[in-house]
Design a protein around this ligand. Structure first.
Ligand code: GLU
Length: 306
């Protein structure tokens, strides 16, 4: 089976030990399978990305001994593709503009509503759907009205559900409206391996009407990542376990946009001495700092347990 994987950092700060682990693991897996290791620069948020961080990414990865098998893909070069996909979703009547501020959402969530979920979802509580009826008329005739741009766009999950969820029995025999599944091969404390199936109800409770395009970026991490994985022919996604739950959104979008679903391999996170996941602001763990202190790539491999 073909094995194409990628490392997809955002140039918003220095790469740290956690990035090194992710890149080395993906690279080693590709080499062991005689496959390909690709690089993608996730720079959709221009306000946070800097060219100097991008240069530092190339530099750090090369120093680690990593080589990638194609020209890196830069998300900032892919805007047309993202816009086309949003047009497609608009034409299907599946997205709506949202003008709620973070504060509006918090206020709506704080007010008890009949039937409202009290569970916390992926990004806090699922969006209370305040704007769902916005542009309802235009959305009935999407071919006559241009898709709104420079505004937040949300997926109307119930409509997606109607069009892509299948009514079938899952592998353990429960009858449910199951949308889909993906394969997980990762190893980790709270990670389930094998076939991951999820129901339409579960997605509604934990995800809700998620943002598919931000006001400033006119795309989102979720949309870009599925389009780019497909464009790069990625067959195996190797990434941190913090992104595991997002995979349900990704599998949903892949289905909706007619894209293949890769195999997912989520890996353990590298943590600091207090057990906290490393973040970009943890300059103390920056690879460049270890380099200037005289560490070798072999030392880095040892530090991350490879
Ligand atoms: N750009 C994301 C990050 O730096 C990785 C996204 C992914 O691997 O799907 O965390």
């Amino acid at each position: 089976m073909a094995f194409v994987t990628r490392f997809a950092p955002s140039p918003t700060g220095p790469l740290h030990l956690g990035h090194a682990y992710s890149a080395l693991l993906a690279h080693d897996m590709a080499r062991a399978e005689g496959g390909k290791f690709l690089l993608r620069i996730e720079d959709i948020d221009r306000s946070r990305c800097r060219p100097e961080w991008e240069c530092q990414i190339y530099d750090d990865l090369q120093w680690l001994g990593l080589r990638w098998d194609a020209v890196p893909l830069r998300q900032s070069d892919r805007r047309d593709t993202y816009q086309k996909a949003l047009d497609e979703l608009w034409a299907l009547g599946l997205i709506y503009p949202c003008i709620c501020s973070r504060r509006d959402i918090e206020t709506a969530q704080a007010a008890p509503q009949e039937g409202a979920s009290l569970l916390f979802g992926l990004d806090g509580m699922p969006y209370p759907r305040t704007c769902r009826s916005r542009m309802a008329y235009e959305r009935r005739f999407p071919e006559q009205y241009p898709r709104p741009t420079n505004t937040t766009l949300r997926i109307e999950l119930d409509r997606v559900a109607d069009s892509v969820f299948e009514h079938r029995t899952n592998s353990v025999g429960n009858d449910w409206q199951s949308y889909a599944c993906y394969h997980e091969t990762g190893i980790g404390p709270q990670l389930t391996r094998g076939l991951i199936e999820f129901s339409r109800e579960e997605l509604g409770v934990f995800v809700g009407d998620f943002v598919i395009a931000g006001r400033d970026t006119n795309t989102s991490y979720h949309l870009s990542v599925v389009l780019d994985d497909a464009a790069q022919g990625v067959t195996h996604v190797v990434r941190g376990a913090d992104l595991t739950e997002y995979t349900k959104i990704h599998a949903l979008l892949q289905r909706l946009l007619g894209l293949p679903t890769p195999i997912y391999h989520h890996h353990r996170l590298i943590r600091d001495d207090q057990g906290k996941r490393l973040a970009k602001r943890d300059d103390a763990r920056a690879l460049s700092k270890y380099r200037t202190e005289g560490a070798t790539p072999a030392d880095i491999r040892r530090m991350v347990g490879l």
